[in-house]
Ligand binder design. Structure first.
Ligand code: HEC
Ligand code: HEC
Length: 310
């Protein structure tokens, strides 16, 4: 290859491949050189205009006053204004229409659900779990087991005004003995298995009537209408065994222990204005004063659409 150059006068560099592919020594085209120099000019312009050069404590700020944070803020505000204008009529409809009408408007319903996720995460998920999946001793909102009812108006009322479940200790008259409580607990466990009529729990069944449990839980263990009392015929337990320090009188291990504790100490039972030891705490705060009517409506629709709304 070297020494033999069949094209000595065309200004090639002497590098030849595949017999006839040569590297030539031409200057770059003019347009390319101009772009190249323009690039240098741009660097100088850029370095003056934008924050560029790192210094010992900081960097050159540039004459434009540009920062990434400022740019983010501006486009965020732009987006907010755009959203506000775009969804103004939906927000207005949410505020002014009654729930019964909103529930017939698929579009508006979807909008309410989509705009509730953050609201739910910020205000409700701490107790009810992400997506309403529940936490130990806070009700699941994503199923069709309702303490206070799954109709949109009932859900709205639960959220707007809050709910306080009340169950007396030791039956409605407060007179069940420890032994009777053991027996009625057996009956409650059997109810959850669908074995409420089993002869082995007949004694407990009689105590269920004597303790007037039926007044709230219904004659079959299922409240006749939603009244805050738990349905005892399903396996959805409102109160799982916990040893969180709220009960120093007994140690709960099994679900049956948890049932005994609830029957013995009741729910939200107070003495001299204070919750008694071991009573179940079950308070749903009221949200209308905090969030306002519109956001409570929005959340009611969201909870209704989580899956269990009726
Ligand atoms: C401090 C904990 C806590 C927070 C926060 C909370 N809840 Fe509740 N919520 C409860 C408790 C406890 C109950 C059950 C009340 C009872 O046992 O009677 C409940 C009940 C409910 C019910 C009725 C459930 C049923 O089965 O009928 C709905 C609906 C509900 N909450 C929605 C919400 C929404 C929406 C938010 C957010 C705005 C929220 N909750 C925030 C504790 C909370
Ligand atoms: C005044 C109404 C009332 C009476 C009377 C009553 N309960 Fe309750 N009971 C409730 C309420 C309300 C709840 C649910 C509390 C909550 O979730 O806020 C409850 C919850 C329970 C639970 C917990 C269920 C679970 O899912 O964890 C059991 C068990 C129970 N009751 C059994 C009884 C028995 C047995 C009697 C009779 C000795 C009785 N209750 C009497 C209102 C009542």
């Amino acid at each position: 290859m070297a020494g033999h150059n069949p094209w000595p006068n065309e200004g090639n560099t002497g590098h030849i491949w595949d017999e006839d592919i040569r590297e030539l020594d031409n200057p770059p085209p003019l347009w390319w050189m101009l772009a190249f120099y323009a690039g240098f000019v741009m660097i100088v312009f850029y370095a003056i205009y934008y924050p560029t050069i790192p210094l010992a404590n900081g960097f050159t700020k540039g004459v434009a006053g540009w920062t990434a944070v400022k740019e983010y803020q501006e486009s965020y505000n732009e987006l907010k204004a755009w959203r506000k204008a775009k969804f103004a009529d939906k927000e207005e409809a949410l505020a002014s229409k009654p729930l019964s009408e909103i529930m017939k408007d698929e579009d508006l319903k979807l909008y309410a659900v989509a705009t509730s996720k953050m609201l739910f995460g910020d205000n409700c998920a701490a107790c009810h779990g992400a997506g309403g999946m529940g936490n130990p001793n806070f009700p699941v909102l994503a199923d069709d087991d309702w303490l206070w009812g799954g109709h949109i108006n009932q859900i709205y009322a639960s959220i707007a005004n809050g709910r306080v479940g009340n169950m007396p200790a030791r039956g409605l008259m407060g007179n069940l003995t420890d032994d009777e409580i053991e027996k009625v607990a057996d009956y409650v466990m059997a109810l959850s298995e669908g074995k409420g009529n089993d002869p082995s729990v007949a004694a407990g069944k009689a105590i269920f009537a004597k303790g007037m449990c039926v007044a709230c839980h219904g004659p079959t263990g299922k409240p006749v209408a939603p009244n805050g009392a738990a349905n005892l015929t399903d396996k959805i337990w409102r109160f799982a065994p916990v040893n969180d320090g709220s009960c120093t009188l007994m140690n709960e291990q099994t679900q049956r222990d948890a049932v005994v504790r609830t029957i013995k100490y009741g729910v939200n039972v107070k003495k001299n204005g204070h919750l008694i030891d071991c009573t179940r705490r079950a308070v749903m705060p009221s949200w209308k004063p905090r969030l306002g009517e519109k956001d409570v409506k929005r959340l009611a629709i969201y909870v209704h659409e989580l899956g269990g709304g009726q």
